[in-house]
Design a protein around this ligand. Sequence first.
Ligand code: TRP
Length: 439
Amino acid sequence: MSQPASREQWSSRLGFTLAAVGSAVGLGNMWRFSYLTAENGGAAFVLLYVGFTLLIGLPVLLAELALGRGSGRSPIQALMHFGGPRWMPLGGLFVAAGFLILAYYSVIAGWTARYTVEAIFVGVPADPAAHFGEISSGAQAIGWHLLFMATVVVIVAGGVRAGIERVSLVLMPLLFALVCALAIYAATLDGASEGYRFYLEVDFDKLRSLDVLRQAAGQAFFSLSLGMGAMLTYASYLSRQEHLPNESVIVAFADFGVAFVAGLAVFPLIFALGLQTQVGESTVGALFITLPGAFAELGGAGRIVAFVFFAALLVGALTSAISLLEVVVSSAIDSFGWSRKVAAVVLGLAIALLGIPPAMDTDILGWMDTVAGNLFLVFGGLMLSLFVGWRMPDAMAQVTPGAEGVRWFGLWLWLLRIPVPLALAVVLWQGLVQLVAGS
Ligand code: TRP
């Protein structure tokens, strides 16, 4: 099994970096991050999440990059290349996670697209809770979901360079600018300091619950696109010279940075307008109800702010969804020899169909997010760290081309061997207990 000679590559290092950041930055940074932060008590959760990102996210991210670039293959083939056929089921699980996550992710992206368009043509809804209730499930939700999936399919069918890289180069800088503009605007609101306090003042008592720990770990994985081979796949299109440790640090910081700045916009908006009581009752819809409530109270400016906010969210969702579909598509290309266009259309259609149940019922959506967006990823990350830590022959050598002289490799491998799997095993166990207990 030699590496296919025709495998595509990024045209520039920046192209890879922005595509990987594009995968990481998405609904997770704004929608998931803010509702989890609100639900789990603010700053304490943020602190845990940062800790998990650095101690667990970063090593696993580097492991995925090493696997991807080292093999030059998509996830299933990469695992088999280094570990033999016994590892195929794990790759299969990654692809299944891609299917499941993209299916409901696209439904939320569909809501976002609708809110963006409505901000221009209709305005901010007067009763956001009722509006969300009407649009979040049913025929219209399905329609917007299909529209979003069609866009994702077109981009992925375009290829690594002409599709994914080109879109990321244009959209990611735009997203950064929009999110910063929102944070600056939010700082001008009276009463913003309440929001900052909730967001930034740590209440250490809240750090003690295992459940908060589990949520923070799950979020670190989801937000960095880890645990299902998305970063692995992107790294498989990288050349031998790139410095993987640097790339992983850039991606992790950019991802956290956007989530953090988005929080600087979201919490002052919510608190300045006295909506914090609503945040507590967290559902998947929190952001789609509370924020439009805030926008409505801003008067004329609210419509512009709403547009900027949802447009940024939509951009993030699009570049993330692309990476989810790319995992599935690249696997079909490598494993079955399908053409990229056929794979993108056929698999995109299958995922679009799988998205219909969560588009009919937000409870199904929430459940898919818990199972696939949390448990699958944590399990995937656990197996990945064991694989690279113990099974992959000479893991360090796979990272080293272009990165000679990095001192902390020993630490990286040690983290992957013992502390990371242990921590993830606890998190996984806790997640399963929660699932069985039905919460
Ligand atoms: N990280 C993205 C976000 O925060 C979502 C995402 C894209 C993802 N690709 C992934 C999550 C792969 C898990 C695995 O919105």
